[in-house]
Every structure is written in C-alpha cells, then in structure tokens.
Design a protein around this ligand. Structure first.
Ligand code: TXA
Ligand code: MG
Length: 390
C-alpha cells in the first residue's frame, strides 16, 4: 500500500541563511509537520524510499549514505544502476557534516570549489546541480555515484523538499519519481500512477513549478560544461557564473541542421517516453511564411495518422487548433511562453497518453533559446528519432 500525505509548502518557513547554516524551518501547519516527520523518519531510520515534491519534478528519495536505500530507489523505478544519482542537501552545513564528516569548519564554504561560488551563491536553493570530487573517506554510498570520482549535489528550493532533508538530517539521493523511461512526474498523482505498491509514502505538495529537472554543470573540467539543460537556462549559467562560465559549453548540444528531416540521437537509455509514439516538429530558421510551414505540418500529421484510431496534437507558440480537421484528434496548448510550456510539458504528455485512443502524440517544438534548450532536450528524447523540421 502506498500512502499519499498532503503537505502545505506555504506553511514551511526558512530563515534567509538556513541553506548555509542548516537552521530548521518553522512549520505553522501541524498536519504538514506531522507528515514531514513521518517521511523524515523513513529516510533516516529505514532503507525505504519516499516520493516528494521539488521545484523541478517529484523525486524518489532515500538516504545517500545507505547502499540498501539507494538500491531500493533503483529497484522501485527499474533504473539501470550505472546512472548516478543526485544527492539533495538542505544546507552547506549539512554537506560538511554528513558528506565530508567535518563537524566544525572554520570556513563553511571550504568544500565548494571557487569555480562554483558565484553560481551557488546566486542560484541555491534552486534547480542547479554541481559535481564535486568524492572525498577520501566518503560516507556516500558508492551506488549513489555509480562508482565515479565525482558526485552530484544540489539544494532544492521547494520548502517541502528542504524540510524533508533538514528534518531527516540526511543527504537524500533522488532521481525523478517515475518508472524509468516514462515522462518525469510533476504531480503526486503521477508518482502514484507509476510507483503505487512499490513505495510506502508520497508527500503531496501540489504541482512542481519549474517542470523540468535541474541544470547539471561540471566545473571540474576546463572549460566548464553544462551536462544537462534544466531549470536554470544556459544563458543564466553563463551570465551568473563569473568569467570562467562565460564560455561554458553544452555537452552534446543537439540541433537539427538545415534540410535534415529525421535525426537519430545516439542515446544510451530511452527517456521521457509516453506509450504513444511521439513525433516532434522542430522549428527551422528561415523566411518561409508560417502558413506554408503549417501546410507541411498538416500533411505530415495526415500521413502518420492515416492508420491510427486517434492522436493528439500538443501545440506551443504557433500551431492553431484549426490545424486539426480530423475528429480523431485532440488538441492541447502547452502554453503561451517558454516558461509555461516547460511547466506543462510532462503533465500534458502524460495526460494525452492516458487517453484510450491516442496512438501518436504530435508536439510542436520551440527554438532552443532560454527554456527552449531544456524543453527540446526532453522532447527529442521523448520522440526518439522521430523529429521533423517545419
Ligand atoms: O531536478 C532534478 O535534478 C531531479 C529532482 C528530483 O531533484 N532529479 C533528477 O535526478 O533529475 P536524475 O537521477 O533523473 O538525474 C541525475 C542526473 C543524470 O543526468 C546523471 O547522469 C547526472 O545527474 N549525474 C549524477 N551524478 C553524476 C556524476 N557524478 N557525473 C556526471 N553526471 C552525473
Ligand atoms: Mg529522471
């Protein structure tokens, strides 16, 4: 049995410096406090895992320090265990004590390399994940790091996530709380759908506001790398990181070159995939008038939808609902800005995928600027090699 317990993020109050000094939050709603304590006890005292909200997506958390907890995470979501996990901490103080084993530090920031200081100062708590060298007598489970010389760490900004980590006083390893290969969860109901019967507890703190996972950066190489586009944009990382980040490179930036119709991203794992086939339309630069470009889209939809019982169209900024003159199709608009599109992406993919007759999901992609880079990264993976330029 999987319990869902409600928590109210607005009732959890942290001081300005809590993410540095580790001071505990004030929780004004007794039910929220009780439910958080129940979840924190599972993390601290058992090898079980808990579903919980972060600002990006829901996470499936267990102690980063305990092999069995980490194993249970991989097991619950069927994730290949050579894919390392992010350790979520509530404060730098907790990082020092629990991961570096340092009870008192003269300089609280001593374990944050200079290269990250500007980013962590401006963007933590928040959807930024950094890589740090695994310390010599590390308390981290080797399963968290998949035996790598570095580990990934972030301080989330969602009050429920922060409180859970602070109250358990344990670094929490947490991938997204979906079945491996499925779209990431942005609601507690998504977690329940994918993991019911496999985990004891889900904290329901409402919808995730960011909607894609954290931005993962590696400052231990030169030039620094953006390993995964996410909640903070590449532009933000470059402008806020200080001089060395100005020429930060994007690992594997995928763009469709001109005239290229279908591309095959060489990826190790299937990812973000609904059951239905996804066909992604990627906007092309050029002067072709929109009407003409939409004619291309219409004919591609017509071709692919010929033999299916139903399909969905997820539009972004330009596809009108008049694109659809076929009663078998459902139309949804992902949003009117990149931020909205990013926030709704996973929920809408799941929503139309649940509809009994939807065999194909056509999605209108966006330019890879700002949030567009993370959105297109997820959509290209969801679409596997089915990308059509328009
Ligand atoms: O927003 C998020 O980051 C969410 C929420 C729950 O916090 N978590 C999440 O975790 O997306 P996951 O496991 O799905 O993604 C972790 C990413 C993967 O791309 C993984 O390869 C990378 O971080 N990663 C972790 N440790 C690494 C390491 N030592 N070196 C390189 N990449 C690493
Ligand atoms: Mg994931």
């Amino acid at each position: 049995e999987t319990k869902i317990l409600k928590v109210d993020p607005k009732s959890i109050l942290f001081s300005e410096t809590a993410h540095i000094d580790g001071s505990l939050p004030t929780i004004t709603d007794p039910e929220t406090e009780q439910n958080l304590l129940e979840a924190a006890k599972i993390i601290r005292e058992t090898e079980n895992t808990v579903g919980f909200p972060t600002e990006t997506v829901y996470g499936l958390g267990g102690s980063s320090l305990n092999d069995k907890s980490v194993l249970n995470i991989y097991k619950a979501k069927n994730r290949p265990s050579d894919n390392p996990l992010i350790s979520h901490i509530s404060s730098i103080d907790q990082l020092n004590r629990k991961i570096y084993g340092q009870e008192s530090c003269t300089d609280v920031l001593q374990n944050i390399p200079q290269i990250y200081r500007s980013l962590t100062e401006k963007l933590w708590p928040g959807p930024l994940t950094i890589l740090l060298p695994v310390p010599h007598h590390s308390t981290l489970s080797k399963l968290t790091t998949a035996d790598q010389p570095t580990f990934a760490v972030r301080i989330p900004s969602n009050p429920v996530a922060r409180a859970l980590i602070a109250l358990s006083d344990t670094p929490i390893a947490a991938p997204s709380a979906n079945q491996s290969t499925r779209p990431s969860p942005t609601l507690a109901s998504h977690v329940f759908h994918d993991l019911k019967g496999r985990i004891p507890l889900i904290l329901d703190g409402g919808a995730c506001t960011v909607g894609v996972e954290s931005t993962v950066v590696d400052g231990l190489v030169s030039p620094p790398l953006l390993l995964r586009p996410g909640g903070f944009t590449w532009e933000q990382i470059r402008s806020m990181g200080g001089p060395q980040w100005a020429n930060c490179k994007v690992e594997n930036k995928k763009t469709v070159s001109e005239g290229e119709k279908v591309r095959t991203p060489g990826m190790k794992y299937r990812h973000y995939s609904p059951q239905a086939k996804v066909i992604l339309f990627a906007p092309q630069e050029g002067d072709a008038p929109l009407e003409e470009r939409l004619e291309t889209v219409k004919s591609v939809i017509k071709d692919h939808a010929r033999d299916v019982s139903g399909f969905a169209v997820l539009s972004s900024l330009t596809f009108p609902d008049s694109l659809l003159d076929d009663a078998r199709g459902v139309y949804r608009c992902l949003g009117n800005s990149n931020t909205e599109i990013q926030a709704n992406l996973f929920a809408f993919l799941r929503q139309v995928d649940e509809m009994p007759n939807v065999d194909i999901i056509f999605v209108e992609g966006i330019d890879e600027e700002g949030e567009g880079l993370a959105v297109m990264n997820r959509l290209r993976k969801a679409a596997s090699n089915n990308v059509v330029s328009f």
